[in-house]
Design a protein around this ligand. Sequence first.
Ligand SMILES: Nc1ncnc2c1ncn2[C@@H]1O[C@H](COP(=O)(O)OP(=O)(O)OP(=O)(O)O)[C@@H](O)[C@H]1O
Ligand SMILES: [Mg+2]
Length: 363
Amino acid sequence: MAEEISLMEIDDEEGTSGSLKTDKGKNVAVSAAPPDSKAIPWVEKYRPQSLDDVAAHRDIVETIDRLASGNRLPHLLLYGPPGTGKTSTVLAMARKLYGNQLQNMVLELNASDDRGIDVVRQQIQDFASTQSISFGAKPAVKLVLLDEADAMTKDAQFALRRVIEKYTRSTRFALICNNVNKIIPALQSRCTRFRFAPLDSVHVTGRLKHVISSEGLDVHENGLKALVRLSNGDMRKALNILQSTHMASQQITEEAVYLCTGNPMPKDIEQIAHWLLNESFLTSHKRISEIKSRKGLALVDILREVTMFVFRIKMPAEVRIQLINEMADIEYRLSLACNDKLQLGSLISAFTRARASLVAAAK
Ligand SMILES: Nc1ncnc2c1ncn2[C@@H]1O[C@H](COP(=O)(O)OP(=O)(O)OP(=O)(O)O)[C@@H](O)[C@H]1O
Ligand SMILES: [Mg+2]
């Protein structure tokens, strides 16, 4: 008779009895039941439970689903920027494959906690060498989830290559990371790679709307747009900003979102740029200092946004390059903890010089 859930073949020569040691890895996320408590951060409360819940990346999700359901799960390497659904996708796949046996069949290790290969090797060995649960007639292949694999040292990665080979018949590995260039080619070539791009605004909006209606929130349209803009395709960031803005204010408006994140609002940046381009040094300094302290803005954030603004306005290329370079120098000095007041002076001076060049160019 066909197996109910037929998974990949394994050799059970190493099969021994005993419980699995999964306590060292960060196993909090490996849970069959959806979290449901008021205290839970929304990023966890709304973590996709099934593959269908994963927003965007449909092609990747469907491919992984097809491979896993068809007993052809390869070793996986999921990479891409934060908050795009890499960990969630692997967990949702595991939930579908193993159901209520999830805890026994998945070992979740966070490479940034357990960097040493000896720890990893020991845990994987303990895990892979214990008896598999049978799904139908055959014992199922287990899954080792190595999150933040780019934090592993090169030596650990070379050693992991052997570990993967040794246990490949009984265990699949899913490596997850942000920076794929930090994974050695020998490991990359053992895995099927999937790149998770930042979520586009349509998907971030859709997922936010789902949370907004589930929580019954009062979100203005411009507030929603601000959330999408500030999150830059990072769904975790979008949910975190939504939740913290909700805790700070009843209504989620554009202003509330910007205030909560400490980001300068676009209209404030326009105002600041207007002062920089038109007012005297003293007036600019006074007004910018005032708006900075009234709205709790950091000069480094103002600088970043004003730089974007400079890219958008019309001016001769050489003036723009000079101005951008000077702003980059100020940013560098701020990163060395130089005094905000002095650097604000430098910013205004940079604009004064740019204005002089613009006048000269016009003549
Ligand atoms: N594609 C997505 N669809 C729905 N929710 C998502 C998606 N991506 C991220 N999220 C939300 O963001 C949270 C974090 O996602 P996840 O842990 O999967 O990101 P990640 O890509 O593994 O990020 P990191 O690289 O920082 O580990 C999830 O709990 C979920 O709430
Ligand atoms: Mg992750």
